[in-house]
Design a protein around this ligand. Structure first.
Ligand code: PLP
Length: 343
């Protein structure tokens, strides 16, 4: 790898990890996006949105970037702003993971909270309204508006290109949907490259992008809470199926994957992995199933991986974690064989 001079030069070329294989040869592969700077996929689209704004003359030298963020987009924008000399204001709520907020500040971002201390409800629409109002009042400001920004999806085109460098084809692309940029951007580029996977979106129970009753949920950075509008980055024309995963199942999966394999994945990735594992045998034999791991588990040590936080919210469920352990055992024959061989 060549020497680099900018953190954004380290974006991409993330590893692909084989998590599970069925007896019929269907494989579940995880695209480990936590290997990007900031530990998340979102820095791909943060750079793409700023490149696009510069190209279109919407952001001038020393200008002011404003975005509503649950954390990972803000981290990506903080890096790009620091590198290019922009001011960056992140409009946030206390539902966001504290370490993401601390890291944004460390990289020079200004944080504006829409809710008081102690109110840790997800406040997506309030955040977006405030970000829009702030940008409207300043001539040098640009609201990146990730939910309705075409460059969001474009930022993930490289994910598709990297996948096809590593595997011959992708039969099923199954991943979390928040803004929709990562799943639908990857799917769009795969199609352009002649690969047409079945596209399965995953959202938390309580999220409203795939219908059903809305309600609160704890999976961070993903889904569309009731009251929030679904942006243009959710491309229903590319969606074959939308599934919902409970916080209990998502978090049990993240915890089981960590305990069993030493791989730390975030809560939303836990949801995607749960959806994939529970239906792996329904897919045609020999399928290559790819899930994007939006971020790593290290950001959730105070929540998903904290027994007390989990217990206080009635999220700790030993039986569900046990079920995931059993699925990982069942679908990890190659790893077991390799271990026996190595001994
Ligand atoms: C942890 C996490 N999960 C899932 C998502 C959903 O990704 P997207 O907004 O591309 O749909 C994000 C994006 O912010 C995220 O940070």
């Amino acid at each position: 790898m060549p020497l680099v001079t900018r953190v954004t030069d380290l974006i991409g070329r993330t590893p692909l990890f084989e998590l599970a294989t069925t007896a019929t040869g269907t494989r579940l592969l995880l695209k480990l996006e936590q290997f990007n700077p900031t530990g998340a996929a979102k820095i791909r689209m943060a750079r793409a949105m700023i490149d696009d704004a510069e190209r279109r003359g919407l952001l001038r030298d020393g200008g002011h970037i404003i975005e509503s963020t649950s954390g990972n987009t803000g981290l990506g924008l903080a890096v790009v702003a620091a590198e290019r000399g922009y001011r960056f204001t992140a409009v946030v709520d206390h539902h966001a993971c504290k370490d993401k907020l601390r890291a944004m500040r460390a990289m020079g971002a200004e944080l504006v909270f829409v809710a008081d201390d102690g109110d840790d409800n997800l406040a997506t629409s309030a955040r977006e309204d405030l970000a829009e109002a702030m940008a409207a009042g300043q001539s040098d400001a640009y609201f990146t508006e990730q939910h309705n920004n075409d460059a969001n999806a474009v930022g993930y085109y490289a994910v598709a290109e990297e996948l096809l460098e590593d595997v011959e084809r992708v039969d099923i692309l199954l991943s979390a949907v928040g803004t929709g940029g990562s799943l639908f951007g990857t799917a769009t580029r795969l199609r352009q490259l002649g690969c047409t996977p079945r596209v399965i979106g995953v959202e938390p129970v309580g999220s409203i992008a795939f219908g059903g009753p809305g309600g609160p949920y704890w999976q961070s950075g993903t889904g569309t809470p009731p009251g929030a509008t679904i942006g243009t980055a959710v491309d229903y024309s590319l969606l074959d199926e939308g599934v919902k995963v409970s916080d209990v199942a998502a978090f049990a999966t993240a915890r089981a994957v960590a305990a069993k394999l030493g791989l730390m994945i975030g809560g939303s990735a836990g949801g995607s992995v749960h959806a994939a594992l529970t239906r792996l045998e329904e897919f045609p034999p020999g399928s290559t199933v790819v899930t994007l791991v939006c971020d790593g588990g290290e950001k959730y040590l105070d929540t998903v991986f904290d027994d007390e936080w989990m217990r206080e919210r009635d999220l700790l469920d030993a039986a569900t974690e046990g079920d995931v352990h059993a699925m990982l055992d069942r679908y990890a024959p190659t790893r077991r064989d390799q271990l026996v061989e190595a001994r």
